[in-house]
Ligand binder design. Structure first.
Ligand code: GCU
Length: 677
């Protein structure tokens, strides 16, 4: 052992010597062995570069190289030298312990978890690398534009760290004009998809934290003076189109022009000294609607810059407990989704993926999709615009977040502002959601209050919501009493169980409900004061029985059977005079499993029938997005032979095989709720 240790010590000393020759003039600080220094890296551009699909851009999608780095040795300045540039040994004597040219290929866009089986559960650092050439033109700026990178990305170009972005799913870009060379630009991206207590989301999610360059990557060219972004929407009076334009490099007094040929509109405004310009243009456009998703070509011009987009014009607001689309009441007949394609594991990163997924949603008869729980690619809202699907988009403030951590808040604020600045021209997007099932606390209220303020400052033309949790303990107490009242006369319960129900009712005293009496559940989470639509996740028929059975000392089978009879007697409401929305209900089923009990299609369909009976007679409920269209990957869901790391609450399985409950929901949307829009 002594000999080996001695060799190792020599190796360490020699490498330190190489890094810092003893004859160095000044006393350089000794690099501590094996400690990787924190890199100082610039932030990306704070504003999202919009309208990119109309710009001259070189796609950097395709085959990249990938190195896996579980011990973060690739970071420059560390003991092993760093992997921020492509290097190959000059001869047989040069020792290099990494190589991009010899590394395996990886497709971009796409997560690395499902492209390499050995990376399926991997939650740490990888390094992407590719070369690209560019024929740079004069008076042109070049921006590296990323549709999103999960979850902590550092960009190196020709060895220089040019940007670091924390927080996945949303676009970021950086002007790299100064770093470009004509040939062989060496582009390296370090990405760590580890999540923890202080990240957004945290490390515990009921979806797969797919990592990597999961979205498009482009080199976008702009003139020296260019349009950064613009929000173009119809005002709530539906008689004018407003445009808020942000520019870079122009002088105050320079002009920006908005042209909408089909509306015979061409209007100019002057750019102010902060680079912004505002226009309000009288207009009576044909309104975008799910039944008639009309889109207009909108062109912007400023200096030499030209951009365009296809934009639909509509209004969305609430009136009391009603949701109004274009001034008319509407019910959101929806379904929840995750950003996974049908037939393939991994991220649904393309327009084609989203078309297939949303088409199956349309087959349910929906007019609405809840794109849970994080920003999808920009293609999702684009496809929804074209197909006439209303969208709920959200950021992954999911379950318990580090509410008091300033860095966590900064990531959350960055994510929601980037999502909004990317999609604020998408007519399909009608709801921004700031949270999912976050337990009540003062610090949670402060954190979410800040996010909601940000949303309203950025975009007051859409609604704000959050998927709330009730006070499950209080609810379960009431439900237990009702189940006891219902069960004491039922032939479902055994004599022993009926005796237990008698005890529950006796303990409830005066408050004991009558058999068959209805139960009104009132959502009163204080967040309801701050949002426009009070949205609620409930799992009557699935989770509640698992909690109640042991508490009551009654078999889960009895509770489940009584619950299915009881649910239609429940009425959902809120303590706020606002529209109520059921953002989740559901049950798990393995496609093809039939008969009695959980995990069968029959049980899932029975839960849907009971839920629909309940929700369709709850007058405050103005929409629903049952959980969920498709079975999806989840590390929480391991049950061998049933889940195998998939959440099975889908109405279709991962390959698109429909379950019975698919037809139960479709019949409801095409039947009793058919004429609700
Ligand atoms: C929660 C949560 C979902 C989760 C679902 C489930 O409500 O919002 O992300 O997948 O329930 O338990 O299946």
């Amino acid at each position: 052992m002594g000999k080996h240790l001695g060799t190792l010590i020599w190796a360490v000393l020699l490498s330190m010597l190489a890094a810092n020759p003893l004859w160095a003039a000044e006393e350089d600080e000794e690099p501590a062995p094996f400690v990787t220094p924190e890199l100082v890296v610039p932030e990306p551009a704070s504003a999202v570069m919009g309208w990119v699909d109309s710009r001259e851009a070189q796609s950097l999608n395709g085959s990249w190289k990938l190195l896996v780095d579980p011990m973060q040795v690739g970071t420059p300045g560390g003991f092993f030298g760093g992997w921020a540039t492509t290097r190959t040994p000059v001869d047989a004597f040069q020792l290099l312990e990494y190589s991009y040219p010899d590394a395996a290929d990886i497709r971009v866009p796409g997560d690395f978890n499902t492209q390499r089986q050995e990376l399926f559960f991997y939650r740490d650092t990888v390094w992407y690398q590719r070369n690209f050439n560019v024929e740079a033109e004069a008076d042109t700026r070049y921006h590296l534009w990323f549709g999103g990178a999960n979850f902590d990305a550092t960009v190196f170009l020709n060895g220089a760290p040019v940007a670091r972005h924390k927080g996945g799913y949303v676009p970021f870009s950086v002007d790299v004009t100064a770093h470009l060379q004509p040939e062989g630009n060496d582009l390296v991206i370090r990405i760590n998809n580890r999540l923890g207590d202080d990240t957004v989301p945290t490390g515990r999610t009921d979806w797969w934290p797919y990592g990597g360059l999961t979205r498009d990557v482009m080199l976008v060219a702009t003139p020296e003076q260019y349009i950064v972004n613009a929000k173009v929407v119809l005002n709530n009076d539906r008689n004018a189109i407003t445009a808020e334009v942000a520019t870079e490099g122009f002088a105050a007094g320079d002009e920006v022009t908005v042209v909408i040929p089909q509306l015979d509109i061409s209007q100019t405004a002057r750019i102010s000294d902060n680079g912004d310009a505002q226009l309000s243009i009288p207009a009576q456009p044909e309104l975008w609607h799910p039944d008639a998703p009309k889109l207009y070509r909108v062109e912007l011009a400023a200096g030499d810059d030209r951009v365009s987009d296809q934009i639909g014009f509509r209004t969305i607001e609430t009136s009391g407990t009603t949701i109004m689309l274009n001034g008319e009441p509407i019910k959101f007949k929806g379904i929840s989704t995750h950003e996974e394609p049908i037939g393939r594991d991994g991220v649904a990163y393309s327009k084609a993926d989203m078309r297939v997924l949303f088409n199956e949603a349309k087959n349910l008869g929906v007019n609405f999709v809840r794109a849970a729980h994080y920003p999808y690619s920009r293609h999702a809202a684009r496809v929804a615009d074209e197909m006439g699907i209303l969208l709920w988009e959200e950021v992954p403030i999911y379950w318990n977040i580090a509410w008091e951590n300033a860095d966590t808040l900064a990531i959350a604020r960055d994510q929601i502002s980037r999502l909004i600045e990317r999609d604020w021209n998408r007519a399909s997007v009608v709801i921004w959601s700031v949270a999912n099932e976050t337990p009540y606390s003062e610090s949670r209220m402060k954190f979410l209050g800040r996010l909601i303020d940000d949303v309203r400052e950025l975009d007051d033309s859409r609604l704000v919501s959050a998927a709330l949790l009730g006070d499950t303990r209080r609810e379960l107490k009431h439900v237990a009493a009702h189940l006891a009242a219902h069960g004491q006369g039922s032939d479902i319960a055994s004599d022993e169980e009926k005796a237990i129900f008698q005890g529950v009712l006796a303990a409830a005293g005066e408050a004991a409900p009558e058999p068959g009496s209805s139960f009104t559940l009132v959502i009163d989470d204080p967040l309801g004061e701050l949002v426009d639509i009070v949205s609620y996740n409930e799992y009557f028929g699935w989770y509640y029985a698992r909690a109640l059975a042991p508490q009551m000392g009654v078999s889960e089978q009895t509770i489940r059977k009584l619950m299915l009879q009881f649910i239609p007697q429940v009425t959902m409401s809120t303590a706020f005079g606002k529209p109520m929305f059921i953002s989740e209900f559901g049950a798990g089923a393995k496609a093809g499993k039939r008969g009695e009990g959980v995990w069968t299609e029959d049980y899932q369909a029975a839960v849907y029938r009971a839920q629909i009976a309940m929700l369709s007679h709850s007058p405050q409920v103005q929409g629903m997005t049952p959980w969920i269209l498709k079975d999806f990957r989840a590390m929480l869901r391991s049950l061998p032979g049933i889940q195998d790391y998939r959440n099975r609450k889908g109405l279709i399985d991962q390959n698109g095989r429909r379950k019975q409950a698919f037809y139960v929901l479709r019949d409801f949307y095409n039947g009793p709720w058919a004429d609700t829009h």
